[in-house]
Design a protein. Structure first.
Ligand SMILES: Nc1ncnc2c1ncn2[C@@H]1O[C@H](COP(=O)(O)OP(=O)(O)OP(=O)(O)O)[C@@H](O)[C@H]1O
Length: 259
Protein backbone atom coordinates (compact mmCIF):
# COMPACT_ATOMS: atom_id res chain seq x y z
CA UNK A 1 0.00 0.00 0.00
CA UNK A 2 1.44 3.37 -0.93
CA UNK A 3 1.26 6.60 0.98
CA UNK A 4 2.09 9.03 -1.75
CA UNK A 5 2.13 12.63 -0.53
CA UNK A 6 1.47 13.94 -4.02
CA UNK A 7 -1.81 12.08 -4.29
CA UNK A 8 -4.97 13.06 -2.44
CA UNK A 9 -5.60 10.67 0.43
CA UNK A 10 -9.29 10.52 -0.51
CA UNK A 11 -10.48 10.64 -4.09
CA UNK A 12 -13.96 10.00 -5.43
CA UNK A 13 -13.85 9.78 -9.23
CA UNK A 14 -17.18 9.86 -11.07
CA UNK A 15 -18.93 7.98 -8.29
CA UNK A 16 -22.62 7.29 -8.70
CA UNK A 17 -24.60 5.96 -5.77
CA UNK A 18 -28.24 4.96 -5.99
CA UNK A 19 -30.73 3.66 -3.49
CA UNK A 20 -33.20 1.97 -5.83
CA UNK A 21 -34.59 4.68 -8.10
CA UNK A 22 -33.06 7.46 -5.98
CA UNK A 23 -29.71 8.75 -7.23
CA UNK A 24 -27.91 10.19 -4.21
CA UNK A 25 -24.49 10.82 -5.78
CA UNK A 26 -24.39 11.49 -9.49
CA UNK A 27 -20.96 11.42 -11.14
CA UNK A 28 -19.47 12.72 -7.91
CA UNK A 29 -15.88 13.99 -7.88
CA UNK A 30 -14.21 15.02 -4.66
CA UNK A 31 -10.75 14.82 -3.20
CA UNK A 32 -9.10 15.56 0.12
CA UNK A 33 -5.37 16.11 0.66
CA UNK A 34 -3.43 14.34 3.38
CA UNK A 35 -3.81 16.25 6.65
CA UNK A 36 -6.60 18.44 5.31
CA UNK A 37 -9.63 19.19 7.51
CA UNK A 38 -12.74 19.41 5.35
CA UNK A 39 -16.34 20.01 6.39
CA UNK A 40 -19.38 19.10 4.33
CA UNK A 41 -22.39 21.30 4.99
CA UNK A 42 -25.75 21.23 3.25
CA UNK A 43 -29.45 20.47 3.53
CA UNK A 44 -30.82 17.33 5.11
CA UNK A 45 -31.00 14.45 2.64
CA UNK A 46 -28.42 15.92 0.25
CA UNK A 47 -26.11 12.89 0.59
CA UNK A 48 -23.44 14.03 3.07
CA UNK A 49 -23.67 10.96 5.30
CA UNK A 50 -23.67 8.74 2.24
CA UNK A 51 -20.24 10.13 1.27
CA UNK A 52 -18.87 9.19 4.70
CA UNK A 53 -20.55 5.78 4.69
CA UNK A 54 -19.06 4.95 1.29
CA UNK A 55 -15.63 5.90 2.63
CA UNK A 56 -16.14 3.64 5.61
CA UNK A 57 -17.13 0.85 3.14
CA UNK A 58 -20.53 0.68 4.79
CA UNK A 59 -22.25 1.40 1.46
CA UNK A 60 -21.45 0.00 -1.97
CA UNK A 61 -21.73 2.27 -5.00
CA UNK A 62 -22.72 1.54 -8.55
CA UNK A 63 -20.26 3.44 -10.76
CA UNK A 64 -16.94 5.20 -10.54
CA UNK A 65 -13.87 4.72 -8.41
CA UNK A 66 -12.84 5.48 -4.85
CA UNK A 67 -9.20 5.77 -3.85
CA UNK A 68 -8.19 5.85 -0.23
CA UNK A 69 -4.54 6.15 0.80
CA UNK A 70 -3.42 4.66 -2.49
CA UNK A 71 -5.86 1.73 -2.51
CA UNK A 72 -8.59 1.93 -5.11
CA UNK A 73 -11.79 0.12 -5.56
CA UNK A 74 -14.33 0.33 -8.30
CA UNK A 75 -17.02 -1.47 -10.15
CA UNK A 76 -15.19 -3.32 -12.92
CA UNK A 77 -17.69 -2.73 -15.71
CA UNK A 78 -19.69 0.10 -14.26
CA UNK A 79 -22.59 -2.33 -14.06
CA UNK A 80 -24.50 -3.58 -11.06
CA UNK A 81 -23.61 -3.06 -7.42
CA UNK A 82 -20.00 -2.97 -6.33
CA UNK A 83 -18.64 -6.02 -4.53
CA UNK A 84 -15.10 -6.38 -3.27
CA UNK A 85 -13.37 -9.09 -1.31
CA UNK A 86 -13.55 -8.75 2.46
CA UNK A 87 -9.74 -8.50 2.50
CA UNK A 88 -9.78 -5.59 0.08
CA UNK A 89 -12.50 -3.80 2.02
CA UNK A 90 -10.56 -4.29 5.22
CA UNK A 91 -7.46 -2.73 3.64
CA UNK A 92 -9.53 0.35 2.92
CA UNK A 93 -11.39 0.33 6.21
CA UNK A 94 -8.21 0.13 8.26
CA UNK A 95 -7.29 3.60 7.08
CA UNK A 96 -10.53 5.10 8.26
CA UNK A 97 -12.11 5.78 11.64
CA UNK A 98 -15.65 7.01 11.97
CA UNK A 99 -17.48 8.78 14.77
CA UNK A 100 -21.23 8.49 14.41
CA UNK A 101 -24.08 10.62 15.68
CA UNK A 102 -25.10 7.78 18.01
CA UNK A 103 -22.05 6.67 19.94
CA UNK A 104 -22.36 2.94 19.19
CA UNK A 105 -20.29 1.81 22.18
CA UNK A 106 -20.50 -1.82 23.26
CA UNK A 107 -22.81 -1.64 26.31
CA UNK A 108 -21.46 -4.78 27.97
CA UNK A 109 -17.82 -3.62 27.88
CA UNK A 110 -16.07 -1.15 30.12
CA UNK A 111 -14.80 2.10 28.66
CA UNK A 112 -11.27 0.67 28.52
CA UNK A 113 -12.37 -2.50 26.72
CA UNK A 114 -14.39 -0.47 24.25
CA UNK A 115 -11.16 1.23 23.22
CA UNK A 116 -8.90 -1.84 23.43
CA UNK A 117 -10.88 -4.60 21.69
CA UNK A 118 -10.67 -3.57 18.04
CA UNK A 119 -6.90 -2.94 17.97
CA UNK A 120 -6.37 -6.35 19.61
CA UNK A 121 -8.86 -8.30 17.48
CA UNK A 122 -8.58 -6.52 14.16
CA UNK A 123 -5.00 -5.25 14.11
CA UNK A 124 -3.51 -8.04 16.23
CA UNK A 125 -1.84 -5.62 18.67
CA UNK A 126 -0.76 -7.17 21.98
CA UNK A 127 -3.34 -6.48 24.70
CA UNK A 128 -0.87 -4.76 27.06
CA UNK A 129 0.28 -2.42 24.32
CA UNK A 130 -3.30 -1.70 23.25
CA UNK A 131 -4.21 -0.92 26.86
CA UNK A 132 -1.32 1.52 27.23
CA UNK A 133 -2.38 3.30 24.08
CA UNK A 134 -6.06 3.25 25.16
CA UNK A 135 -5.18 4.83 28.50
CA UNK A 136 -3.25 7.59 26.71
CA UNK A 137 -6.22 8.22 24.44
CA UNK A 138 -8.65 8.23 27.36
CA UNK A 139 -6.40 10.78 29.05
CA UNK A 140 -6.48 12.85 25.89
CA UNK A 141 -10.29 12.92 25.86
CA UNK A 142 -10.36 13.56 29.62
CA UNK A 143 -11.85 10.22 30.67
CA UNK A 144 -8.96 8.35 32.17
CA UNK A 145 -10.77 8.16 35.51
CA UNK A 146 -13.81 6.49 33.87
CA UNK A 147 -11.92 3.57 32.36
CA UNK A 148 -13.73 0.95 34.46
CA UNK A 149 -17.20 2.43 33.96
CA UNK A 150 -19.79 1.04 31.54
CA UNK A 151 -21.29 3.26 28.81
CA UNK A 152 -24.64 3.45 30.63
CA UNK A 153 -22.84 5.14 33.54
CA UNK A 154 -21.62 7.98 31.30
CA UNK A 155 -23.28 11.09 29.89
CA UNK A 156 -23.80 11.34 26.14
CA UNK A 157 -20.87 13.73 25.84
CA UNK A 158 -18.61 11.33 27.72
CA UNK A 159 -19.77 8.41 25.57
CA UNK A 160 -19.00 10.36 22.44
CA UNK A 161 -15.52 11.17 23.76
CA UNK A 162 -14.96 7.44 24.33
CA UNK A 163 -16.15 6.82 20.77
CA UNK A 164 -13.52 9.29 19.53
CA UNK A 165 -10.81 7.53 21.57
CA UNK A 166 -11.98 4.21 20.16
CA UNK A 167 -11.76 5.46 16.58
CA UNK A 168 -8.26 6.84 17.21
CA UNK A 169 -7.10 3.57 18.77
CA UNK A 170 -7.16 2.05 15.28
CA UNK A 171 -4.59 4.66 14.19
CA UNK A 172 -6.62 5.79 11.20
CA UNK A 173 -5.11 8.16 8.65
CA UNK A 174 -8.59 9.52 7.98
CA UNK A 175 -11.13 10.34 10.66
CA UNK A 176 -14.76 10.84 9.68
CA UNK A 177 -17.31 12.62 11.87
CA UNK A 178 -20.98 12.27 11.02
CA UNK A 179 -22.84 14.94 12.99
CA UNK A 180 -20.98 13.99 16.17
CA UNK A 181 -22.91 16.38 18.42
CA UNK A 182 -26.42 16.08 17.00
CA UNK A 183 -27.59 13.54 19.56
CA UNK A 184 -26.27 15.50 22.54
CA UNK A 185 -27.98 17.79 24.99
CA UNK A 186 -26.82 21.34 24.23
CA UNK A 187 -24.80 21.60 27.44
CA UNK A 188 -22.71 18.56 26.41
CA UNK A 189 -21.83 19.72 22.90
CA UNK A 190 -18.89 21.91 23.96
CA UNK A 191 -16.86 19.12 25.58
CA UNK A 192 -17.04 17.00 22.41
CA UNK A 193 -16.24 19.90 20.10
CA UNK A 194 -13.27 20.77 22.24
CA UNK A 195 -11.82 17.24 21.79
CA UNK A 196 -12.35 17.44 18.02
CA UNK A 197 -10.82 20.93 17.97
CA UNK A 198 -7.72 19.49 19.62
CA UNK A 199 -7.49 16.77 16.96
CA UNK A 200 -7.75 19.35 14.21
CA UNK A 201 -4.29 20.55 15.25
CA UNK A 202 -2.79 17.17 14.39
CA UNK A 203 -0.96 17.83 11.19
CA UNK A 204 -1.01 14.31 9.74
CA UNK A 205 -4.60 13.43 10.54
CA UNK A 206 -7.04 13.93 7.68
CA UNK A 207 -10.50 14.86 8.90
CA UNK A 208 -13.79 14.92 7.04
CA UNK A 209 -16.70 16.26 9.03
CA UNK A 210 -20.42 16.57 8.52
CA UNK A 211 -21.84 19.01 11.03
CA UNK A 212 -24.54 21.57 11.54
CA UNK A 213 -22.30 23.46 14.00
CA UNK A 214 -21.38 26.26 11.62
CA UNK A 215 -19.24 28.29 13.98
CA UNK A 216 -17.24 25.19 14.75
CA UNK A 217 -16.91 24.33 11.04
CA UNK A 218 -15.55 27.81 10.41
CA UNK A 219 -13.04 27.42 13.20
CA UNK A 220 -11.57 23.97 12.48
CA UNK A 221 -11.83 23.52 8.70
CA UNK A 222 -9.24 24.20 6.05
CA UNK A 223 -12.02 23.92 3.49
CA UNK A 224 -15.81 23.99 3.66
CA UNK A 225 -17.90 22.35 0.93
CA UNK A 226 -21.53 23.20 0.41
CA UNK A 227 -23.18 20.00 -0.69
CA UNK A 228 -26.60 19.87 -2.30
CA UNK A 229 -28.45 17.20 -4.27
CA UNK A 230 -25.45 14.89 -4.42
CA UNK A 231 -22.87 17.36 -5.61
CA UNK A 232 -20.60 20.07 -4.27
CA UNK A 233 -22.11 23.38 -5.35
CA UNK A 234 -19.50 25.61 -3.81
CA UNK A 235 -16.36 25.19 -1.73
CA UNK A 236 -13.63 27.32 -0.30
CA UNK A 237 -11.84 28.62 2.75
CA UNK A 238 -14.20 28.94 5.73
CA UNK A 239 -13.99 32.72 5.90
CA UNK A 240 -14.95 32.98 2.22
CA UNK A 241 -17.73 30.40 2.44
CA UNK A 242 -19.30 31.92 5.54
CA UNK A 243 -18.30 35.54 4.89
CA UNK A 244 -19.09 35.88 1.19
CA UNK A 245 -20.75 32.82 -0.33
CA UNK A 246 -21.21 33.18 -4.09
CA UNK A 247 -23.92 30.70 -5.04
CA UNK A 248 -27.59 31.50 -4.40
CA UNK A 249 -28.22 28.07 -2.85
CA UNK A 250 -25.29 28.42 -0.44
CA UNK A 251 -26.53 31.86 0.63
CA UNK A 252 -30.05 30.55 1.12
CA UNK A 253 -28.84 27.57 3.16
CA UNK A 254 -26.55 29.64 5.37
CA UNK A 255 -29.18 32.26 6.04
CA UNK A 256 -31.67 29.53 6.97
CA UNK A 257 -29.17 28.14 9.48
CA UNK A 258 -27.48 31.27 10.74
CA UNK A 259 -30.54 33.51 10.58
N1 LIG B 1 -30.23 2.85 3.25
C1 LIG B 1 -30.96 3.72 2.52
N2 LIG B 1 -31.96 3.29 1.74
C2 LIG B 1 -32.69 4.15 0.99
N3 LIG B 1 -32.47 5.48 0.94
C3 LIG B 1 -31.47 5.96 1.69
C4 LIG B 1 -30.66 5.11 2.52
N4 LIG B 1 -29.75 5.88 3.16
C5 LIG B 1 -29.97 7.15 2.75
N5 LIG B 1 -30.99 7.20 1.88
C6 LIG B 1 -31.50 8.41 1.22
O1 LIG B 1 -30.42 9.01 0.55
C7 LIG B 1 -30.52 10.44 0.61
C8 LIG B 1 -29.25 11.00 1.20
O2 LIG B 1 -29.16 10.62 2.57
P1 LIG B 1 -27.97 11.09 3.51
O3 LIG B 1 -28.23 10.50 4.86
O4 LIG B 1 -26.68 10.81 2.86
O5 LIG B 1 -28.20 12.67 3.54
P2 LIG B 1 -27.57 13.77 4.51
O6 LIG B 1 -27.20 14.93 3.66
O7 LIG B 1 -26.50 13.17 5.34
O8 LIG B 1 -28.80 14.16 5.42
P3 LIG B 1 -28.86 14.56 7.01
O9 LIG B 1 -28.20 15.89 7.14
O10 LIG B 1 -30.35 14.62 7.28
O11 LIG B 1 -28.20 13.44 7.76
C9 LIG B 1 -31.78 10.74 1.42
O12 LIG B 1 -32.83 10.98 0.54
C10 LIG B 1 -32.00 9.45 2.19
O13 LIG B 1 -33.38 9.29 2.48
Amino acid sequence: MTDNNNQPIIEFSNVTKRFGALTVLDDFNFSVAKGEKVTLIGPSGSGKSTVLRILMTLEPFQEGKLTLAGTSYQQPNGKGAFRASEKHLRQIRNHVGMVFQSFNLFPHMTVLRNVVEAPVRVLGIARAEAEDRALDLLKMVGLHDKKDHYPSQLSGGQQQRVAIARALAMRPSVLLFDEPTSALDPQLVGEVLSVIRGLAHEHDLTMLLVTHEMRFAREVSDRVCFFDKGRICEQGAPDDMFGSPQEARTKEFLSSILG
